[in-house]
Design a protein around this ligand. Structure first.
Ligand code: KG4
Ligand code: ZN
Length: 340
């Protein structure tokens, strides 16, 4: 029998719905909210309202693209957290309503778990090379930076994480200073291609073990820009590409140093990247070079599975469905990871 899972992702500012059949992607629709651009960051209340407006059309489109009707769905997976409470509430409430109406189970999904397992979404007509257990996942998103040792679908351990800002935050905050809009990662990625990565020396942290820190780098970037602006008011315009390239390279080096260390420490050479920052072309190239040197078996996610999407939520939901792990109707969203 085929198992059709509908996934819903609404943790931050993207409303997404996806359908998987036996783990194979049938559709993955993402509505990005444009309303936040004018504010230079996500405004939680506006995000909730946009999710509310988007959720039904997005689900409708995902079902249509998959060639399915609501009655074809066997289980619905939704992001329970972490994320913005109002945003999570929209997806959770929708999933509960759908589950009651269709008399099918709902599966609650941890957003970070979904990023970690995004490499398991199978694509039709492609040679799918899914990760083998155990693997290390470098999870780099807007809110989290972690190295996770993944022993099985539901057995994983965070072995390193940021003690302050996430890598995505460093991209976003530095981009804001340069007037590049939100989110800043994609703009820095694009502009870096024209820049010299050695133009500016930025501070690198000295953190023991496998943990990360990005707040020192962010501060050194902000001070550099501020100091230079007092001398030359056109400093940013004249140096945008070099600033972007230097920042991006430093972030990639910090991430890769720890990933190499983690691989050596654990003896695990099966390596996956996940989360929005894993869309970064500099990071992807650097990871590929490192993989050659370190003899890693590297899995880079498809770009559409790096930033927030419902396909990764649906794949965790699919494995939960197979295990019979269903969410009770009184389960509430959890904004913080500690409450999950
Ligand atoms: O995983 P994600 O979509 O949302 C969270 O769960 O946080 O990650 C969003 C983050 C943002 O910080 C954004 O700037 C960053 O991913 N990002 C990138 C790129 N695309 C998205 N950072 C660097 N280069 C990119 N190409
Ligand atoms: Zn995410």
């Amino acid at each position: 029998m085929n198992i059709n899972i509908l996934g819903i992702e609404s943790s931050c500012d993207d409303t997404s719905a996806a359908v998987l059949q036996n783990g194979v992607l049938r559709s993955n629709v993402i509505a990005s909210q444009q309303v936040h651009i004018a504010y230079g960051g996500v405004v939680p209340e506006l995000a909730s309202r946009a999710h509310q407006a988007n959720i039904i059309p997005v689900v409708d489109q995902a079902l249509k693209k998959a060639g399915m009707k609501p009655e074809d769905i066997h289980g619905i997976a939704y992001t329970r957290g972490p994320g913005l409470m109002g945003s999570l509430l929209v997806g959770t409430s929708f999933a509960k309503g759908f589950s009651i109406a269709r008399k099918i189970p709902a599966m609650d999904v941890n957003h970070l778990h979904a990023h970690i397992l995004s490499g398991f979404v199978l694509q039709p007509d492609k040679p799918n090379k899914t990760p083998q257990f155990p693997f290390l996942s470098l999870l780099v998103s807007g809110g989290h930076t972690q190295i996770v040792a993944v022993r099985d679908y539901f057995e994983y351990e965070i072995i390193g994480e940021t003690i302050d800002d996430a890598a995505g935050e460093a991209f976003d905050k530095c981009a804001k200073v340069m007037g590049l809009g939100y989110p800043g990662g994609p703009a820095i990625d694009r502009l870096s291609k024209e820049g010299n990565p050695d133009a500016f020396a930025l501070s690198k942290p000295h953190i023991q073990g496998l943990d990360f820190s990005f707040s020192g780098l962010k501060t050194s970037f902000l001070y550099l820009v501020r100091d230079q602006l007092t001398e030359n008011p056109r400093f940013i315009e004249e140096n945008t590409a070099d600033l972007c390239a230097s920042l991006q390279t430093t972030i990639c080096e910090i991430l890769m140093d720890k990933l190499v260390k983690a691989s050596k420490q654990t003896g695990i050479r099966e390596i996956c990247l996940g989360g929005g920052v894993s869309a970064n072309s500099g990071l992807r190239n650097f990871a590929a070079e490192t993989a050659k040197k370190q003899r890693w078996n590297l899995h880079l996610p498809e770009l559409s599975f790096t930033t927030d999407n419902a396909a990764m939520v649906a794949i965790v939901g699919y494995y939960k469905y197979l295990r019979g792990e269903f969410a009770s109707l009184d389960m509430t969203p959890a904004a913080r990871i500690s409450a999950l």
